[in-house]
Design a protein around this ligand. Structure first.
Ligand code: FAD
Length: 440
């Protein structure tokens, strides 16, 4: 007899109706039991509005409470408490970085959202030497790490294009940008993690210590544990000599466009766009983004169809294309990539801006366009994988993980047996008295 976690059976009400405000029936003592926990930080039941949505701005799922932890032990206490309540409650837990997820992945409907930013300990500590690193909190933003490391002439080796994301948030995905072809994604540039598992245990892990947990968590979509601390690999902050770099390339001189900015300004460039968009009220609109990993053998076919026949309007927002070399990426993490050595991250990043004169910028149009891209990939048998994946059915999640599904589900059972963590991905559903864990 094998104990398995129940998985979403198909479209759940959370998926088909993205705005749910009716509270799930909770025994009245659950709220007071949360309130009575002995914490260094505090729990709040009132300011849940901001934690009920994310950057994607398409889901509105309010939590019951927000934990503002001051210590690792606050988080562990909360997780242990929810484990202790067991299947008598629907409570789940979502660690929330800055809520930059796109389809509600950082939400916990009627559960507890942990505001990771309030976990201020440890301060950023830089260790110089032959193999420099920074010890940081899981809720730390990459921009703060950059500012601190630059004081020592150092910087993290691998970046995202936008730095106002948190360590725990990007390490739960991958952290991909222009440096990933050289150093691998951010999940390849971490030496050690401190994790609170779905059982509430605090564990340190690395390549050598508790390595299964280490690799499960990296790219693990928050399913196996909450990252409370990370040891990030650093290298010398580069001095870009543009002329030297250009001398190694062949290019058409008249197409050269160059602009000289300080290193920090270059890395923080998306934030400058953010400030402008916020000022115009255009940041908090729906973002139907689609991030795909396309194998090299299909990129030409993909580009021909998608750019000639599907994306026919110029209202599509930025499109990023990063070729990467998988042989430089660690194969043990939970990140799912296409099987080929070289693949491309193709990121479609539109904003749905209400405009009565332009149907191509409305949300439904953009979502249909994304679906056409996915349908084409499926019809053309392109072995595409989604980055920052989002699926609504168990069949789709299994297909995403392919032959790694069994391992993923087994690890979930090991580290988060009640399926408490990161419910917003809708991969596993917490077992409750109404919907018990299945015995096969
Ligand atoms: C403007 C913008 C630019 C972006 N650019 C890039 C880019 O260049 N490259 C790239 O790879 N991605 C990029 N992203 C995507 C980004 O990596 C994801 O949005 C990711 O969710 C990180 O955001 P966050 O730190 O706010 O985490 P959240 O959105 O708050 O959380 C994301 C997921 O991680 C889990 N999580 C959060 N913190 C922890 C933790 N401490 N421990 C365990 N689980 C945790 C959450 O429960 C959730 O499931 C971008 C996003 C935006 C909005």
């Amino acid at each position: 007899m094998i104990l398995v976690l129940s998985c979403i059976p198909g479209r759940t009400n959370l998926c088909s109706n993205h705005s749910v405000t009716t509270p799930i029936d909770l025994p009245p003592d659950i709220r007071s039991s949360l309130d009575s926990l002995d914490l260094e930080g505090y729990i709040s039941f009132n300011d849940v509005h901001n934690a009920s949505k994310d950057f994607g701005n398409r889901y509105q799922l309010p939590p019951l409470a927000i934990l503002h932890p001051r210590s690792v032990s606050d988080i562990s206490t909360m997780v242990r408490h929810i484990v202790h309540l067991g299947s008598t409650s629907n409570l789940t837990v979502a660690a929330r970085g800055h809520g930059h997820s796109l389809q509600g992945q950082s939400l916990a409907h009627q559960g507890v959202v942990i505001n990771m930013e309030s976990l201020r300990s440890p301060d950023i500590k830089i260790h110089k030497g032959k193999q420099p690193y920074a010890d940081v909190s899981g809720g730390e933003s990459w921009i703060n790490i950059l500012r601190e490391t630059l004081k020592y002439g150092l910087s993290p080796k691998s970046w995202t294009d936008y730095l106002h994301l948190t360590v725990g948030g990007t390490l739960s995905n991958a952290g991909i940008s222009g440096q990933a072809f050289k150093y691998g994604p951010q999940i390849n540039n971490v030496y050690q993690l401190e994790i609170i598992t779905g059982k509430g245990e605090v564990m340190t892990c690395s390549e050598k210590q508790n390595s299964e947990l280490f690799y499960s968590v990296l790219g693990g979509l928050g399913q196996f544990g909450i990252i409370t601390r990370a040891r990030i690999a650093l290298g010398p902050a580069p001095h870009m000599e543009v002329e030297k770099l250009l001398s190694e390339l062949s290019y058409i001189p008249s197409t050269l466009f160059s602009s000289e900015v300080p290193y920090i300004e270059f890395l923080d460039r998306v934030h400058i766009a953010e400030i402008k968009l916020r000022a115009k009220g255009l940041w908090e609109v729906p973002h139907p983004w689609l991030n795909l990993l396309i194998p090299k053998s299909s990129i030409f076919e993909f580009a021909t169809e998608v750019f000639n026949n599907i994306l026919t309007s110029n209202n599509n927002g930025p499109i990023l294309i990063y070729p990467v070399n998988q042989s430089k990426w660690n194969k043990h993490t939970s990140l799912i990539t296409p099987a080929e050595d070289i693949f491309y991250l193709v990121a479609f990043l539109p904003s749905a801006v209400p405009n009565p004169n332009s149907r191509t910028s409305n949300l439904e149009y953009l979502l249909r366009q994304n679906q056409r891209v996915l349908n084409f990939c499926s019809a053309a048998n392109i072995n595409v994988k989604q980055y920052l994946p989002h699926y609504e059915t168990q069949r789709e999640w299994r297909s995403h993980f392919g032959n790694r599904w069994e391992t993923f589900a087994k690890r979930k059972h090991t580290y988060d047996p009640l399926a408490i963590l990161a419910p917003g991905h809708r991969i596993f559903q917490k077992a409750t008295q109404l919907s018990p864990i299945q015995l096969l």
